[in-house]
Design a protein. Sequence first.
Lengths: 412, 435
Amino acid sequence: MSDRVEAVKKLFTSKSSRIETNKGDTYYQELFVKCEARLNELRANTPANRLDFSDLLEENGIDRREFMKWASATTAMLMLPPMFTPLVADAAVMMNRAPVIWLELQDCAGNSEALLRADGPKIDEIVLDIISLEYHETLQAASGHQAEKQLEEAMEHFKGKYLLFVEGAIPMGMSGQYGTIGASGETFHDHLVRCAANAAAVVAVGSCATFGGVPAASPNPTGAVGVMDVIKNKPLINIPACPANPANMVGVILHYLLTGQVPELDSLLRPKFAFGYRIHDNCERRAHFDAGEYVEEWGDAGAQNNFCLYKMGCKGPMTFNNCSIVRYNEAVNWPIGVGRGCIGCSEPDFWDKYAYERPMADAKIKAPTGGVEKTVDEFGLGMLTAAGIGIAIHAAASAVAGKREKSGESHE
Amino acid sequence: MITRKWIERIEGEASVQFTFEHNKVSFATIAFPHFRGMEAILHARPAMDALVITPRVCGICGHSHLFAAVRAIESVYANSGFPLEISPKAEALRELTLSLELIQNHFKWLYLVIYPELSHLVQCPIADSFRLKGAYAASLATKVLAIFAGQWPHSSYMIPGGVTCDPTYVDTVRAMGLLDELIRWFEKELTGISLEEYLHLSSTKALSRLSGDMGDLDKMLRAANMHKQGFSYDRYCVLGEHGFSKPSKNINKRTTKVNAKQVTLENPYTVDEKTYAKNALYQNNPFETGPLARAIINGIPLIKHLHRSFRDSTYSRIMARSYEIALLLNHCKILLQSIRLDEPSFIEPHKKITSLSGEGVGIVEAPRGPLMHKVTLNKGIIDHYALITPTQWNLASGSPQTPGPAQKAMIGADSIEIATFTFRAFDVCSVCTTH
Ligand code: SF4
Ligand code: SF4
C-alpha cells in the first residue's frame, strides 16, 4: 500500500499537475506588452478569408455588450487576468487572420461536426466558422486537386506560422494503407508529417488524434496511433474528448493568436485551462455522491431523482475535462444531465481501460502501481487511480452513511 | 480515355474514377481508401459497449447508429423469448431525437454541399456566410436533441429497455420553444409560407413559386437541367420502421413487402484502386435508399407528383430530401406533444444482459437510408457484429453490368462537374461506408 500512496503523492505534487493561476504582476505586464505587439503585427496582415467577424456578430444579433461579456469570460477561461479582456476581444475580431490548417485523418468527422456550430456558445461558433472555411479538408469550398493546391499554397504562405489542427488517428498497419489521401495516394502518416513540417505548432483535436481513440481500441485493427506518436519535434497541444469541445479549440487558437505561445499544458499535453478540472468536482450530482445516494439500476427511484451515477459506471471521478462547466450544444446539456454516466472520453485508452457501463471499480483501470481493483461494495477502499483514491474512500464512507440514514440511524 | 477525378468533403473522402466516351461519362467507379475496423473492435466486448462504440462510426449520423445498436440488442432479447417492453414515452423520445438528427443532417447537406455546388454549376455565386445558414439550423436541431440525449454528436442515452433521461415539464417546454424557433426559421428562410401550407402543397408548380431558398433551389436545379438527368434504377428500398416511414420496396411503381434477410453484401468493383467498402444489395439487386425512397414508399403526395414528371432525377432526389425536413419537423412537433412525462423512461428487462445469448438485427432509417446492425451475443459478450450502412447501397461500386445507384445515375453526364453533382445528391458519407 505504501508504494501506491507514494505514487499518488508524486502524481499530485508533480509540477505538471499544478495550476498556477497567478504568476505575478511583472509576468503579466510583460505578456501584455508582447500580446499588444503581436496584435499590431496581425492587424497588418491581410485576412485569410472573406468572412468578417463584426458582420457575423451583427447578423446573429449579438451586440457589443454581449461580445465583451464573452471576451471577459474567455479571458478568465484562459487563466489570464481581466486586463487582457480588450486584447482577447481584438484577437477574436482578427480571427480571419489566424492561419489555421485543418487535417482530417482516420476519424468519424465528429469533431468537424462539433466545430460546425453543433456546439459551444454562439460567439465561439462564429469564431470557428471564420477560421474553418478556408483550409479545412472537409469544409473548404474546393475539392480534389484544387484543394490540394490550396493547401500547399497556404503552407507556403504561412510557413512557420500556421497552427496545424489534426482530427483523427494515424493508421500505421499495412504500411499506412488503411488511410490514404488525395490523388497521389499519400498515406495519412506521410500527409501529417508533410503538413506538420512547417507548422508553428500542432494541435491534436479529439481522442482519436490525441491518443488513437476508437480506432486504436483493442485489437487496434489498423495499428492506429495518436499524433504525439508521430510528430516529435514540434510543440504539440492535445485537446482530447470525443468529440472535443469547440470552446477548448477556440481557447487554444485565441491563446496562440494573442501570445504566440502554446497554453500551459499538463503531462498529457492537454491545456490546463480546459483539462485542469475534474468532471466529478464540478458535477451537479456531486451532492448525491457525497450523501451516498446512487442510481443502482436504470430507471430506479434514484435515476428519477438525478442521483449520482457512480455505481452505473460514471467515470467522472477520474476524468479531467471541463464539460461539467462548458457543457455541450451551446451549453444545453451534457451526458450526466440525462442520466448517462461520464465515459472518460478525454483520458488515454479509455475504450479499453475505462470500459463503459461497468462501475468504475469493476473496470480494468490500473492504479499508478498497477493492479485491478475490487468493487467498492466488496472491498470498501479500493484505490482506483491517482485521482480516484480520495473518491473511493469517500464513496465507501458515504455509502455507509447513506445506508445508516435509510435504516433510521441518522441523528435526525 | 480515362479521366480521374477525386471527390472529397463532408465526411471524409471518396474517390470517383470516370470513364468518358464521346464526351459523356460512360462509366464510373467509387472507392473509399480508408478503414478503421469497427466490427473487429466490437468483437469480444460486453454488448452494452456497442452503445458507445457504434455511434463513433460516424460523426454526423451517430445517433442512428446508437438506435440501431439498441434495437439489435433488443432483438436478441426478443429472439430468445424475452421481448422487452418499451414505454410509449421512451419510444417517442428515441424517435424524436433520431428525427432531429435527420433534420440537422439534411440541413447541412443542403447548405454546405448542394447550394455551393449548384451555385457554381449555374454560375450564380453565393456569399460565404450563406453556407453558415445550414450550420445555424442544424445547431438548433441538435440543441433540442441534446435536451434529451445530453450531447450531440455521440450520445449514448438510449439503452435496451428505454432511455436514461427523465425529462421534466421544463425540458419539454424548452424543447418546444427551440423547435418552434427552428420551424419559424424554416418558414422564413426556406419556404416563405407556413410549414402547414408547405406540407399541403401537391403540385410542382407551387414549388417554383416559393419565395425562400426552396424557390431558388427549384429554379437553380431546373436551370442546371437537373430534372432531366441523374436517373437511376427507379427502384427503392426502405427497411427501418418508424412513425415517419414504413419498410417496403418499390419496383416498377409497385410497393411490396421487404424482408431484411434478403440483404446481401457483394465485393466492390474498382480498377487499380483499393477500396474498403462493400456493396449492399437486396435479392442481389441494387436499390436506391434514403429520402426519395422513403417518400415514394410512404406515398408523400408532393414527391409522388414530382416523381410522375421527373422520375428519379437529381431534381427529385434533392427535392425529396429537402421536403423531408418539413415532414420531420412536423413529426417532431407531434411527438413532443404526445409525450406523457409520468410514464417510465426505462422498463427493466426480465433477463440480465450478462446471461443473454443469441442473434439479433436492429434496423433504423438513417438520413441516407436503412442502417442495419447485426449482432450475435454469447452470455452478453459480442461474438459477432456486422454493420451495413445506407451509403453501401447508394454508393455501391458495381461492375459495368450492374452499377450501383449513384454509378448508374452518373452515366451519361456531360461533364465531370455534372457527374460530381449527381453523386453528391446521394450524399457521401465515407466514414459510414467503410467503418
Ligand atoms: S475523437 Fe470521437 S469525435 Fe473525434 S474523430 Fe474520434 S470518434 Fe470522432
Ligand atoms: S460519480 Fe459521476 S455522477 Fe457521481 S458526482 Fe461524480 S461525476 Fe457526478
